[in-house]
Design a protein around this ligand. Structure first.
Ligand SMILES: [Zn+2]
Length: 75
């Protein structure tokens, strides 16, 4: 953890990345990221990470393995 000191960012970061926040929550999250460079940096990092994971999953992974991974993740 990079320790910017705020609890809000931890709570909103993952749902924000998952795209499950409401419009209002997204606005709050964006506002927070603008005021909080450590969170902004972390958010960008996580975003890239997810992007690459998603690309790798979409392009390189056989469907059987993908299914196996997603079932592992949900248990
Ligand atoms: Zn923060």
């Amino acid at each position: 953890m990079m320790g910017c000191g705020c609890n809000d960012c931890e709570e909103m970061m993952q749902p924000y990345l998952d795209g499950v926040l409401t419009d209002e929550q997204v606005r709050e999250a964006k506002g927070h990221l603008e005021r909080c460079p450590p969170c902004d940096k972390r958010f960008r990092f996580e975003l890239h990470l997810r992007h690459f994971v998603r690309v790798a999953v979409d392009e390189d992974m056989p469907p059987g393995l993908r299914q196996k991974l997603s079932s592992l993740r949900s248990t």
